[in-house]
Ligand binder design. Structure first.
Ligand code: NAD
Length: 483
């Protein structure tokens, strides 16, 4: 049985390779709790090999005319167009995200993302000229950093991989991607598909544990820029580990996004916006900008809560590969235990459980999935934003509902958070919308919508800084010529 498991390999220097030490890690299907694939457990030697390959490929890739790089990136977009269904299925199997999300939402967008990156190759090499008077000309040119490292989380691997690789490559960098150990399969398969599409060493994919292969990559003198999407704890480790070499970092981290419903809002829209759009069917709440704190103005509090419960009751847990399933499992046992521990914490803190709360086999009807990591859509209600369930990122389908009276109250509660990734506002008043946009301390504010991603998705406070875009993967060099 074990021998039948598919074993994936790293992509290093254009070759598919097992880890130098021969080690592997099991990849678990979170819908069943069963091992379904194996991935390389890479270490420092694999990190060295990936950096050497990326460095060797850098002069030719960065020296190529922008139109040449654009040509390659369009070929990558073509790979997505051809293999989208396969990649979507692998990702669904590996991290439990429903096929509705991977096949219909994520993968189609990747063709656009890579095509768009191809179109931006020229902008990445545009400089400026400054006239300093006769006989003196100032100018700038944009240059790539060199070898960039993209460290990605498990919750949406292909899109995070793509945002880091496509823009960095467009700017003339070569790239190493380190996927998360809980869900590396779709990234490794993408590496396989691109092995013959991109020149050797331009893109490398190396899987394994953060401390075993991520850390050596972060510390490696041959890596020139790091972009992490992950947790605050990992961001701090990476900041310390890269400090000696003063490496530029981009840190896209967690969130505890407020989703604020004013009494004048269109309640039909808002009810969908604060439930399925923001937290429940949205990757089972495993999204960094999930609207996990729902603030409701008191006159419509009871009505909104009633509607939210009605919508939560329609969420269908079950086979992630089925079109009818609207919410999948939690990605891993460890994360499942973390999410369910917050159900206990919420109760102990005195929050009222107003919907859901069941987990494991009790949360899913289909017996085939009894061993999976299921958590029901869950709603707590409280007036105290200081509770741990209101302050800490749970990263599961658990939202807290809080009442507020005035706009000032809403702003105070919303900004009372160590995070600052995104916020939602539901109102029919343009003035309220505009004031809230200014007053909320978050990188993104959505009004009368949620989770429509615009680039850059950049946080403030503990949600990090920096983002992935073509220009963010270049630096501007200044020159002054006198003649
Ligand atoms: P994580 O921080 O545990 O892991 C992220 C990546 O870092 C993994 O690839 C991991 O192997 C690697 N890593 C861990 N320790 C490392 C080390 N010492 N050196 C180098 N690499 C190391 O995060 P996760 O649990 O995979 O993902 C969930 C987190 O990601 C949540 O906090 C979520 O909010 C955040 N996230 C943020 C965004 C965003 O755009 N802001 C998007 C998705 C997820």
């Amino acid at each position: 049985m074990a021998d039948a498991l598919r074993e994936y390999r790293n992509l290093v220097g254009g070759e598919l390779r097992t880890a130098e030490g021969g080690g592997t890690l099991d990849s678990v299907d979170p819908a069943t709790g069963e091992v379904w694939a194996r991935i390389p457990r890479s270490g420092a030697e694999d990190a060295d090999a990936a950096v050497a390959a990326a460095r060797a490929a850098f002069p030719k890739w960065s020296g190529m005319p922008a139109a040449g790089r654009a040509h390659y990136l369009r070929k990558v977009a073509g790979v997505f167009a051809k293999h989208a269904a396969e990649l979507a299925e692998l990702e669904t199997r590996d991290n439990g995200r429903t096929i509705n999300e991977t096949a219909k939402r994520d993968l189609p967008g990747m063709t656009y993302l890579w095509t768009n990156a191809a179109a931006e190759c020229a902008a990445a090499v545009e400089g400026r000229t400054v006239d300093f008077g006769p006989g003196s000309l100032g100018m700038t040119r944009r240059e790539p950093y060199g070898v960039t490292l993209g460290i990605i989380p498990w919750n949406s691997p292909i899109s995070t991989f793509s945002a880091k690789a496509a823009f960095a490559l467009a700017a003339g960098n070569t790239v190493i991607i380190k996927p998360a150990e809980q869900a590396s399969v779709s990234s490794l398969r993408l590496g396989e598909l691109l092995a013959d599409v991109l020149p050797a060493g331009v893109l490398n994919v190396v899987s394994g544990l953060g401390e075993e292969v991520g850390d050596p990559l972060v510390r490696h003198r041959g890596v020139n820029k790091i972009s992490l999407t992950g947790s605050v704890e990992t961001a701090k480790l990476i900041t310390r580990a890269s400090a000696d070499a003063l490496k530029p970092l981009a840190l896209e981290l967690g969130g505890k996004s407020p989703n604020i419903v004013f009494a004048d809002a269109d309640l039909d829209r808002a009810a969908v916006g604060v439930t399925t759009q923001a937290i429940f069917t949205a990757n089972a709440g495993q999204i960094c900008y999930g609207g996990s704190r729902v603030l409701i103005q008191r006159p419509v509090y009871d009505e909104m809560l009633h509607r939210m419960k009605e919508i939560a009751a329609t969420v269908r847990l079950g086979d992630p590969m089925s079109d009818e399933t609207t919410m999948g499992p939690i990605v891993s046992r460890e994360q499942f235990e973390r999410v369910t521990s917050y159900l206990e914490i919420g109760r102990k803190e005195g929050a009222e459980l107003v919907f859901g709360g069941r987990f494991g086999a009790e949360a899913v009807e289909d017996e085939r999935f009894a061993g999976g990591y299921w958590v029901e859509p869950t709603l707590f209600a409280t007036e105290d934003n200081g509770l741990r369930i209101c302050q800490e990122e749970i990263f599961g389908p658990v939202a807290v509902v809080l009442p507020f009276d005035t706009e000032d109250d809403a702003v105070a509660i919303a900004n009372d958070s160590s995070y600052g990734l995104a916020a939602g506002v539901w109102t029919s008043d343009l003035g309220t919308a505009q004031r809230m946009f200014r007053r909320l301390e978050t990188g993104t504010v959505w009004v009368n919508t949620f989770r429509k991603v615009m680039f850059p998705l950049e946080g403030v406070k503990d949600s990090g800084y920096g983002h992935d875009s073509v220009l963010a993967y270049t630096r501007e060099k200044a020159g002054l010529i006198e003649f």
